[in-house]
Structures are given as structure tokens and as C-alpha cells.
Design a protein around this ligand. Sequence first.
Ligand code: NAP
Length: 321
Amino acid sequence: MSKIYDTLIIGGGPAGLSAALYASRSKMSTLVFEKARMGGQIVITADVANYPGSVCKEGAEHPTGPEIVARMVQQAEDFGAQRVMKEIKKVNLSDKIKTIETADGEIYQGKSIILATGAVPRKLGCIGEKEFTGKGVSYCATCDADFFTDFEVFVVGGGDSAVEEAIYLADFARKVTLVVRKPFFRCAKSIEEKALANPKIEVKYNTELLEVKGDGIAESAIFKNNVTGEEYEYFAPEEDGTFGIFMFVGFDANTNLFKDVITVDNSNFVITNDNMETNIPGVFAAGDLRVKSLRQVVTATADGAIAATIAYKYIKEEFEK
Ligand code: NAP
């Protein structure tokens, strides 16, 4: 029989890493599972301007998203949390001892589980989106902005992500067009004002992207004004040959692995109480995969801290009484 850990944390983003820090600091034996790279969404964010303590004043030195993650990992490991860089294929959450199975067939056991699998960028669903992903279509400005230095780019979405990333992209691109399907933004007023004041950014309200076209690389796109019904095709300038389209239309919860046994809402986000407890005793959820009103690094780390603290109390009561 393999070792039974106090807690198994699935997901190495801010929520999972914060849970790992709090759990290991309470001397719980702690494993954090991450399939690709630690950090989640924050590693594709250049500036984390609103995480308390990360100063982002122009010109001032401040840590980037990846640097904040590197510190979180170090901090958790310093207290004894261990990382397992493997994808989880199966979970059994119903028994008192929880088990998870990795894609390569290893089984791990835990007295508690903290689900911190986060969310992934939502696909827009327009024609050509899939075909031109990586060939003009992108979901990560930090990763791909440089490819579009001096080119024209479109940013689809009107929330915080779209508008913040449009501002970031304007440092690279010749021109950024924000494509917003409503007649207004959904982002914070301060971010909106910054975008509107940027001479490189143009906003097209009431507009939807219908199709991306090209021969191996994005060369044109069809847009529709949803008030007038007018459709028009944008062609990349001949001297450029291509252009960029960045999609920031929200996120989908990464809950496929357990959404059949854990209570989720209509959009598959996990429902918890204030203690991060799910419908199954010993199973907690933290971070962007939860139903919540604010998905931020600061709320993810707070969730992780609460989940680990309550998991500690749960283990004391259920296993050490
Ligand atoms: P979001 O707030 O859900 O906004 C999504 C945007 O995409 C909305 O403008 C939405 O339009 C649009 N959209 C959705 N589906 C679309 C479609 N099929 N076609 C065209 N447009 C579509 O998503 P987010 O901006 O990624 O933010 C997610 C969460 O993270 C939010 O809670 C946000 O506050 C937070 N966040 C915060 C910061 C920050 O504070 N610095 C930065 C990034 C993200 P409608 O308005 O018409 O639905």
C-alpha cells in the first residue's frame, strides 16, 4: 500500500500553491500535481498590477507573473510541499481515503484533496478559429505579442482581460482594434479609460468576429455589426501579409475530471461554501474553478489558504480523534 498523504492538491496555480504553502506549513504531508507548468493563468500575464505588494508603477521594478509563481513554488517547497509534474487521469473522491491516478498509471492516496485546476481561455467558436490558432489567432498576449511587432492586431472581448491585453499589445503592434460585441465595455473604468486614451487603440462596439481566413496564415477576417447587420471583410495590408487576432472572451472551468461527482453550476464551475468545502467531505476546491464573483490572484490565493486550513481541521477530526 502506498503512502497516504494528508492532502493531494490538483493544480499548481496561485490557488494550489497557496494551499500547498498553508498545508505544508501546518506540517501536513502535501503533494501538488501539475500537468504542464506551475503557475496557471498568471504565467501568461506580464504585469500583475493588482496583487497586493507587487508594485507596478511605471518604471519601478516589479515581479512579472512568472517571477511571482517562482517565489510561490519556492515558498511552498521550503515548508516541505512536493511537486509531481504529471497529468491526472482519474480521481476517486467518494471513499474516505481519496485516490488519484496519473496518466502513466501511478496511484496516489490522500486523506483530503484540494481541487485547484483553474480555468482555461474560452474559444470564441468562429469559423477558422481552430485552423488559424498559432497562425494568427492567439489566446496569450504575453506569449505572442512580439510576433506582431509593427503589425495590425484585433482583440476580441470587452472584459478586463481583453482591454488590459489590448493595452499591452499596443506596445508592440502598429494598431490594435478592440472588437466588443456590446455597445460598452465590461472592464474596470480605470482600464477602459487607459485604453481609450491610447492613440494606437481603436474600439469597434457592437461588433462580432465571424470568420478568420487565409492560406496557411491569417490574411483576412469577416466582422459583423450586430446593430446594422452589416458584414465587412478586413484584409491584412499587402506589405504585412498577415495580422493577429487575440481572443479574450472569458474562461471555462477545468472540471471535466470530477464534475460528475462534485456539485457544479450550469457552467461547470464548482460550488463550495465559504470554507471551500464541496459536497464531498474531505474534498475542497480553490481558485478560478469555483463559482465566485471575482477571479483574481488575490482571491485564488485566499481560497487556497482557507482550503488548506479547513482540510487540516478536517483531518484532525476525521483521522486523529
Ligand atoms: P469576462 O469578464 O467574462 O469578459 C468576457 C468578455 O468577452 C466580455 O466582454 C464578453 O462580452 C465577451 N465575450 C464573451 N463571449 C463572447 C463571444 N462569443 N463573442 C464576443 N465577445 C464575447 O472575462 P475576462 O475579461 O477574461 O475576465 C475573467 C475574470 O477575471 C473577471 O472576473 C475579471 O474581472 C477578472 N480579471 C481581472 C483583471 C484585473 O482586475 N486586472 C484582469 C483580467 C481578468 P459580453 O459583455 O457581451 O458578455
